[in-house]
Design a protein around this ligand. Structure first.
Ligand code: UD1
Ligand code: CA
Length: 460
């Protein structure tokens, strides 16, 4: 059965003590709201309406940036969760199916839970859960087995505060009945708010069918109201993500220290050594190795490639069987082809290392092409920036670049050329040519001795 979703995201989130609206606080690189939207999508929502209010421009900006397929409605004043839902009525006025309410601050909600709620034949279904520490949540008051009402922490009697069954804030309603009931809400409570939770009592009074189902997994309904809870949610989500990779065939060592964001994809038989940070839209193929103390952002690592320890890789592309590190920094636009490698203290930016090219030590390669099987000696620098513009260095195949060569770009080096160590290359080097661009060595016999004596005399 189809259903639509309303996500409540207009609140300020006072307990976060932040300039940023609560639902934009991030878990593993994505705002909480993102997770709620994705879960609703995955559950099969026909339409998702997000109620925004506090700093709504920021929330809208985020929705646009992420290209989320949702509509927004504005709650000008935050008068409570019931009032927030009512703000979506106009959008749903011709809709008589089921509507699911989700909270923007319940990011761990699973698609299965949402689907489950909508499959139950009832006028209202509320998802509940049991916890040792119910503090802050609305309590589910039952008599016999039957649900009577939900009472907020601030309005609860001491007796009610002892109840450990709590309201998740996640419900499925028949839309028409919900909006009708919302109109008779009152705000005569400790917070002077229009509580969505009071709809339950109204439904009961009208003899409508109310069902409460308890989730098996309390974590999936945890509310995140402050930064401590944010970190707890992040740990839970992280564990879910890692487990998912592990069950898909990825070996993860030291998993407690692995930070892997939700959009990362990893192929089977890849081995990851924590601590690592793998972020954004990063795709890692099969049989790769990712070493410890490495951070990879928005990059593609193809099958059989290796990123050794202590690397920073951002917007780079390692092709099949390529290798980087230890201690490589690969920046945007770097492409390392099969059999090519960068070693320790090598920084690259918009550098294309073709098949079998090697830069093993202490090098900066920016805005350049390094041809097949070319070897870059230690200390090589492409001087790509003149203070105004960036220029390219094009190096051909099978070139031997001597240690400490500087390429003053723009400059081209032909296939099979050699540059002598310590050369400052300012002019193109034709193919098969040796370029030496350094002062000639002079040997002055006996002069070392004289200099020592002179310096000794000068010494005070
Ligand atoms: C709410 C429930 C509580 C439940 C808990 C679960 C009510 C009255 N209480 O409490 O029973 O146990 O969630 O996490 O519903 N919001 C708006 N507009 C408003 C007020 C809130 O959009 O005027 C949004 C918030 O941005 C948030 C969500 O609604 O995403 C829940 O609001 P919050 O203030 O966090 O409610 P809780 O006190 O946690
Ligand atoms: Ca909350």
């Amino acid at each position: 059965m189809g259903f639509k979703v309303i996500i409540l995201a207009a609140g300020k989130g006072t307990r976060f003590k932040s300039e940023l609206p609560k639902v934009l606080h991030k878990i593993l690189g994505k705002p909480m709201l993102w997770y709620v939207v994705k879960s609703a999508e995955e559950a099969g929502a026909e339409e998702i309406i997000v109620v925004i209010g506090h700093k709504k421009d920021l929330v809208e900006e985020f929705i646009e940036r992420e290209n989320l397929n949702v509509k927004t409605v504005v709650q000008e004043e935050q008068l409570g969760t019931g009032h927030a839902v009512l703000c979506a009525e106009e959008r749903l006025k011709d809709y008589s199916g089921k509507v699911v309410i989700l909270n923007g601050d319940t990011p761990l909600v699973k698609p299965e839970d949402i689907k489950n709620l909508t499959s139950i034949d009832s006028d209202m279904v509320v998802l509940t859960g049991e916890t040792e520490n119910p503090h802050g949540y609305g309590r589910v008051v039952r008599k016999g087995g039957e649900v009577l009402k939900i009472v907020e922490e601030k309005d609860a009697t001491d007796e009610e505060k002892k109840i450990r069954e709590i309201n998740s804030g996640i419900y499925a309603f028949k839309a028409k009945l919900l909006f009708e009931a919302l109109k008779s809400l009152k705000n005569d409570n400790a917070q002077d708010e229009y509580y969505l939770t009071d709809v339950l009592k109204i439904f009961k009074e009208k003899d409508l069918k109310v069902t409460a189902i308890k989730t098996e997994d309390f974590n999936s309904i945890m509310g995140v109201n402050n930064r401590y809870e944010l970190s707890v949610a992040e740990r839970i989500l992280s564990e879910r993500i890692l487990k998912n990779h592990q069950l898909n065939g990825v070996t993860i060592h030291n998993p407690e220290s692995c930070y892997i964001e939700p959009e990362v994809r990893i192929g089977k038989d890849t081995e990851i050594f924590g601590p690592v940070y793998i972020k954004g839209k990063t795709f890692i193929g099969e049989r790769c190795t990712i070493g410890a103390f490495t951070e990879i952002v928005d990059s593609t690592i193809e099958d059989d490639a290796e990123v050794k320890t202590h690397c920073h890789v951002e917007k780079a592309h390692l092709k099949k069987g390529a290798s980087a590190g230890p201690f490589s920094r690969l920046r945007e636009g770097t492409v390392i082809e099969t059999g090519a490698k960068t070693g320790s203290f090598v920084e690259t930016k918009k550098a294309h290392l073709k098949k079998g090219a090697k830069a093993n030590h202490l090098t900066y390669l920016g805005d350049c092409t390094i041809g097949e099987n070319t070897n870059i000696g230690a200390g090589t620098i492409t001087c790509n920036y003149d203070g105004y513009n960036k220029w390219r260095t094009e190096i051909g195949k099978n070139v031997f670049v001597g240690s400490n060569t500087l390429f003053i770009a723009p400059v081209n080096v032909g296939d099979n050329a050699i540059t002598a160590a310590g050369s400052v290359i300012t002019k193109d080097v034709p193919e098969n040519t040796l370029a030496i661009a350094r002062a000639k060595q002079v040997n002055l016999e006996g002069r070392a001795e004289k200099i020592r004596e002179r310096n000794k005399r000068k010494k005070k």
